[in-house]
Ligand binder design. Structure first.
Ligand SMILES: [Fe+2]
Ligand SMILES: [Fe+2]
Length: 228
């Protein structure tokens, strides 16, 4: 009997050990603090899982709201172009808006460095969107009707628009040379706009069907929305 108890105890111990071996690790293969911790831990895992699901659903809902807001914002930015009518009228409306930003920039002084930087950023954005609309749709359509050299020349002008924007961004906004460069930029871009509005756009409009013109308007707005 003296040995029976230890034997029984040993057997229990062996069983415990086997049970411990069976349950000593959690789902990730890590040792648990105690065998009694298995159930609460699973509960905790279940609770964590439902918490993760809630967070994911909330995240997805937030993302959907964010995307919807972004689409709404894009349409708001593109609205003046969309509402202006066909592609040629829409591009003219963008020219007019661009010149208004030039007006505001020309009204600044060397003391208005922050205003100059902010307005220049607006101008960059407007011109980037405008260039995408023209370079991705209207200039290719011009080449399609045979105006290859003219389209290439307009495209080259856009390169110099970016050059002006770069130089005006780099130059200190309180430099006495800044306003002179801006005025030269305006003179050049106004000439470019005039060529488009009075010569090349009417020429293109006269050479394409109404259906094609509608297609150009739609394609142009799609390009604009990419950067709006
Ligand atoms: Fe242009
Ligand atoms: Fe233009």
């Amino acid at each position: 009997m003296a040995t029976a108890a230890p034997t029984k105890s040993s057997s229990t111990s062996t069983k415990r050990s086997a049970a411990a071996k069976a349950e000593a690790r959690d789902d990730d293969g890590r040792f648990k603090a105690s065998s009694g911790g298995a159930t609460p831990r699973r509960k905790a895992a279940g609770s964590q899982s439902s918490g993760t699901t809630v967070a994911l659903v909330a995240g997805a809902a937030g993302l959907a709201v964010g995307l919807a807001a972004n689409v709404a914002r894009k349409f708001a930015v593109q609205a003046p172009t969309l509402l202006a009518g066909e592609w040629d009228e829409a591009l003219k409306a963008e020219h007019d808006l661009t010149l208004k930003v030039f007006d505001a920039l020309e009204a600044t002084t060397e003391a208005n460095t922050t205003k100059r930087a902010t307005l220049l950023m607006n101008l960059k954005h407007m011109l980037a969107k405008h260039a995408l609309e023209e370079e991705n749709v209207i200039y290719p359509a011009l080449r399609e009707v045979g105006e290859i050299e003219a389209a290439d020349e307009l495209n080259r002008d856009h390169g110099y628009v970016k050059q002006y924007l770069y130089e005006l961004s780099e130059m200190p906004k309180d430099s006495p040379l800044w306003i002179g460069k801006l005025r030269k930029f305006r003179t050049d871009i106004e000439q470019h706009m005039r060529e488009e509005e009075t010569d090349l756009f009417p020429k293109l409009k006269g050479l394409v069907s109404d259906e094609k013109s509608k297609e150009l308007t739609s394609l142009m707005n799609k390009e604009g929305l990419k950067l709006a």
